[in-house]
Design a protein around this ligand. Structure first.
Ligand code: PLP
Length: 345
């Protein structure tokens, strides 16, 4: 069977999770009657110290609802150049919310508050676009699973307050950040006005994200969620998978992080220009192919022929993501495939 490291979204629900799904009490969530989704929204809101949450089918929608609520049409959201919101949501913020984005570049996506604050332009008057919100991604996906320093987040909050700007956290992998850094969810959460979290990445649920904020903002987000066509009915089936994931799959992310680190060391041993293992602190291994002749697409193709699926995310950038369906036996196998593929090129 192929080893699939394209993403941590490829996991399949475990028997225990399927069991939880099959026993979930449900109701019509558009009427607010689904007890399992209601308790999940409350549970996650509490975990992050927020008043309320709204369940969404995707992390992209959770981000887009937050942006919709924070930034008015014609205003501006600023974000890191390679952030998911800017690069991987297909222009949704422009299409749905009529807003513009401007970006600051950061090495490996690592947040430095001063970089963001330097391009922020609130209250720009009648000629220039006014910035109203800043988005932070933690961990940073295309940065290579980078964990954002709490000190920089706190400094950004302080700077944003001085400028009257809102802060959004794209926390699709905030679980990984928490496990890697030991920073509590509340300590991350308190710095942000809105937060999106994904249950379908490392936590292994088949579907589901949640957007968190104040009661007032979440009520508004519910209206937009329905308007966008994502008012769901007996969605407690999916929320039950989310509860199961929170009960069972957070602490085990440390195993994914260990395997990613081992993978990075093994690849660096083959060719040290491909990756610096010290930069791998969560479950994402990003390979820089600048110094070898293979393109990322060629490497991905060769690996695939040998039974290892990886992502080509740029001409010379490949990504491997560890997850709960990737064990130590698969790790040894993946390393063998990479040795053959990279050494014979
Ligand atoms: C996966 C991901 C999302 C949401 O993705 P969906 O596929 O829409 O669920 C948002 N932000 C980041 C950083 C992600 O990696």
């Amino acid at each position: 069977m192929a080893i699939d490291l394209r993403s941590d979204t490829v996991t399949k629900p475990s028997p225990g999770m399927r069991d939880a799904i099959s026993h979930a009490p449900v109701g019509d969530d558009v009427y607010g009657d689904d007890p399992t989704v209601n308790s999940l929204e409350e549970r996650v809101a509490q975990m992050f110290g927020k008043e309320a949450g709204v369940f969404t089918p995707t992390g992209s929608l959770a981000n887009q609802l937050a942006i919709r609520i924070l930034v008015a049409p014609g205003e501006e959201l600023i974000a890191e150049t390679n952030s998911h919101i800017v690069r991987a949501e297909l222009g949704a913020a422009a299409v749905f919310s009529g807003i513009t984005t401007r970006t600051w570049p950061a090495l490996n996506g690592l947040l430095r508050a001063e970089d963001a604050l330097a391009i922020a332009r609130p209250d720009s008057g009648p000629y220039l676009v006014s910035t109203t919100a800043i988005a932070v991604e933690n961990t940073h996906n295309f940065g290579g699973g980078t964990v954002q320093p709490l000190s920089e987040i706190a400094a950004l909050r302080e700077g944003a307050d001085a400028l009257g700007l809102a802060l959004h956290l794209d926390g699709a992998r905030i679980w990984n950040a928490h496990v890697a850094s030991g920073v509590s969810f509340v300590d991350y959460g308190k710095h942000f006005d809105t937060i999106s979290v994904c249950l379908s990445k490392g936590l292994g649920a088949p579907v589901g994200s949640i957007m968190l904020s104040t009661k007032d903002r979440i009520s508004k987000a519910r209206i937009w969620r329905k308007r966008y066509g994502a008012g769901m009915r007996q969605v407690g089936l999916l929320a039950a998978a989310g509860h199961y994931a929170l009960d069972n799959n957070i602490e085990r992310l440390a195993e994914d992080h260990r395997r990613a680190k081992e993978l990075a060391f093994a690849i660096a041993a083959i060719n040290s220009t491909l990756i610096d293992p010290s930069g791998v602190t969560t479950n994402i291994v990003g390979l820089d192919l600048a110094n070898i002749s293979l393109t990322a697409a060629e490497l991905a193709q060769r690996c695939r022929e040998a039974g290892l699926w990886i992502s080509a995310l740029g001409p010379k950038y490949a990504r491997l993501v560890t997850h709960m369906d990737f064990d130590d036996a698969a790790l040894s196998q993946a390393i063998e495939i990479l040795k053959i593929t990279l050494v014979t090129q």
